[in-house]
Each structure stands twice: as structure tokens, then as C-alpha cells.
Design a protein around this ligand. Structure first.
Ligand code: GLV
Length: 356
């Protein structure tokens, strides 16, 4: 069974991330009023333990691995002071109206918060917590794994090996693109983009390029990356990895225009949000050989229907949104989301709050 000290020892996270105990214990002893919180899914044990041990909230939970039905969410959120949610729940005007004026804090167990209507939350003075940093390493690791699986055609090759396609050693068979001496383009240079670049560097990458809304010289200096326009990123990169947040500006930004400027040998990787990519345009680019291959951990919708055309392409590797899926990372996310929620309930500074 996971407990907080187990997780703290594993992650070596600052103890501020795990501040359930003394302050909350004092509140418990003082017998303060308990707030009702709604937890919209079964969550990793580290998060649940923190909420339970706090003694300051009554927990109502959708105790399932599958998402809470919308109707149930609307019903259960009514009168709650805190909402602990996941990226699968759209927290919009309808939910906030159903919650009513008691709702003071929404804490999402995700680094992305495009599923939250920030404008509506701000209008109501509801504070928002999220979980950056604790998943950076896991996401960067998975991105590198997906890039290699895609560029070196691992899924296709493994399938051939077990389905009779493996004749003999052939000089021209299953050749992909190597990272050595390559140029890697990072679209959105934040914590995760930097962590990906640091992991790719030892593979012999020659040059890192990046594009973003503005240059980020401090981060770029750590990985010697050059700031370029989106067009230049497309034209010069052998690999493009998308690490930006989904915003109105980035929605659909990876489209026909981008793919048409990319090298025909280039590999496109997305571990951010599916909606950043026009999947129709990506399909065309892959099917027509405009680009060599794509690796996606995120799609629209999720799950992607089994009959989706992208599943039919050998040069497209699709994963079911697992970038942060290590046991310790998911526990750290759950714990951070719990601590954000508790801090919000008490009107204190959250460990990680979205500025509204
Ligand atoms: C995962 O996609 C997250 O936003 O945490």
C-alpha cells in the first residue's frame, strides 16, 4: 500500500508538496467545519490518503477507473466546496452552475488545463490547481520512446517478426531514420521540451531548433537551441516534437501548411494535446509520403475509434495517452492535486496554482 513517506522517499520531492500533516492536524483538533469535496474518479493512493488524512473534508467520489457520467457529475458537484477532477472532465459553465456558489476550488490531476473554462472559473472567483513539474521526466521519457519507436519502426517490425513477414536479413528492409547528426525541432519550449532535448542529446543530435510564442533564451541556453519561425522549424527539422499547451492559438496549428514544408524524411511526434494537430491533414501527409512517419500519444477524440484512418497507416504509431503513466509519477500527480485542493479549501497558497 502506498503511503506518503514511501512516495516522498521515492520521488525526493520537497516536503512542501506533502504538507497534509501538522497544520491540518491542528485544524482537525480544532474541530473546524468539514468541506464537502467531490473526486471525479478513482485516483492513485497517494492522493486519496492525503485527502483522507487531512480531516478537513468529507469526500464523495466516483470510485471507478472509467469517467464519471456527465449527469452524475452535475448531480454530485452540487454544493461541493472542492472539485478534484481529471483531464477527461470538461469543467464549463454548466458544471459550475450545477456546483453553485459553494464551489471555491477546482484541482485537476493534470498539467494541461484546456478542459477547464478559466474564464468561467475566474468570473466566480474559483481557484484552480494543476500538476506541473512532477510529470516532466515521465513525459519526456515517453516522448523519446515514442520517437524511437516511430523513427526506427519498432511496432511495424515487431509485428512483421511474429506474423511471418520476417524472411531473412535484408539490407533494405525496415530502414528508418537515426538521430545521429540530426536536427530536432521542438514546438513549445517549456519544461517538457527542455527535458526531451536533454534526453535526446546523447543520441548524437547535431542541432536543436525551437519555436514558441516568444523566444525563451534562459531555457534555450540550457540545450543550445536556436529560436526559429514555425516555417523554418518545419523546413530544417528531421524530427519535430510538439510540447506546447492547447490554446486557441495552437488549436489545429500542425496542419497541411506545416506538413507541406517538412522534409519527406521527417518524423512528427505529438505528446501534448490531440487538438493541436489537424488529423485529416496529418493523414494526407503520411499517406502521400509528404512526411516519413508520425508518433501520437494524444488524439481527438480519445480513445480514437478503431476504424479511424490513422490506425490503418503503418507509418503512424498511436499510443493511448500514457505519457505520464509511471506509478510514481501518477502518485506524485495525485498527491500534488490533493495538496492543491486542501490549500485552496483553506484559502492558503497552493503548491501549484493556475494564475487566473
Ligand atoms: C496529461 O496529459 C496532463 O495534462 O497531465
Amino acid at each position: 500500500m502506498w503511503n506518503i513517506s514511501h512516495l516522498r522517499a521515492l520521488r525526493k520531492l520537497p516536503s512542501a508538496e506533502f504538507h497534509t500533516c501538522s497544520r491540518l492536524g491542528a485544524m482537525k483538533a480544532a474541530g473546524k467545519h468539514r468541506a464537502r469535496v467531490y473526486v471525479s474518479r478513482r485516483i492513485p493512493p497517494a492522493g486519496m490518503e492525503i485527502l483522507q488524512q487531512s480531516g478537513i473534508c468529507d469526500i464523495d467520489q466516483w470510485d471507478s477507473d472509467d469517467p464519471v457520467p456527465r449527469e452524475e457529475l452535475l448531480k454530485k458537484v452540487a454544493g461541493a466546496k472542492g472539485l478534484y477532477c481529471l483531464l477527461t472532465e470538461k469543467i464549463d459553465e454548466e458544471v459550475l452552475k450545477a456546483a453553485g456558489p459553494s464551489l471555491k476550488v477546482v484541482s485537476t490531476m493534470s498539467v494541461g488545463y484546456d478542459h477547464l473554462s478559466l474564464e468561467e472559473l475566474k468570473k466566480r472567483g474559483i481557484r484552480v490547481g494543476y500538476t506541473p513539474d512532477v510529470l516532466t521526466e515521465a513525459v519526456a521519457e515517453l516522448t523519446v520512446a515514442l520517437l524511437l519507436a516511430t523513427s526506427r519502426r519498432l511496432i511495424e517490425a515487431a509485428h512483421e517478426a511474429k506474423s511471418g513477414g520476417w524472411g531473412t536479413w535484408k539490407p533494405l528492409w525496415m530502414c528508418g531514420n537515426g538521430l545521429s547528426q540530426s536536427t530536432v525541432g521542438i514546438f513549445g519550449l517549456g519544461r517538457i521540451g527542455e527535458a526531451i532535448a536533454k534526453r535526446l542529446k546523447p543520441f548524437g543530435v547535431k542541432k536543436f531548433l525551437y519555436t514558441d510564442v516568444t523566444p525563451r533564451p534562459e531555457v534555450a541556453a540550457n540545450i543550445s537551441a536556436e529560436f526559429v519561425s514555425m516555417d523554418e522549424l518545419a523546413e530544417r527539422s528531421d524530427f519535430i516534437t510538439v510540447c506546447c499547451a492547447l490554446t486557441p492559438e495552437t488549436q489545429g496549428i500542425c496542419n497541411k501548411k506545416l506538413f507541406s514544408k517538412m522534409k519527406s524524411t521527417a518524423v512528427f511526434i505529438n505528446t501534448s494535446r490531440g487538438a493541436v494537430v489537424s488529423q485529416e491533414d496529418l493523414y494526407e501527409a503520411l499517406a502521400n509520403g509528404e512526411i516519413a512517419a508520425a508518433g501520437l500519444d494524444v488524439t481527438v477524440p480519445e480513445p480514437l475509434p478503431l476504424d479511424h484512418p490513422l490506425f490503418k497507416l503503418k507509418n503512424c504509431v498511436i499510443l493511448p495517452h500514457i505519457a505520464s503513466a509511471t506509478i510514481e509519477t501518477r502518485n506524485a500527480m495525485a498527491a500534488l492535486a490533493a495538496n492543491n485542493l486542501l490549500a485552496g479549501l483553506q484559502g492558503e497558497a497552493m503548491p501549484r496554482e493556475v494564475p487566473l
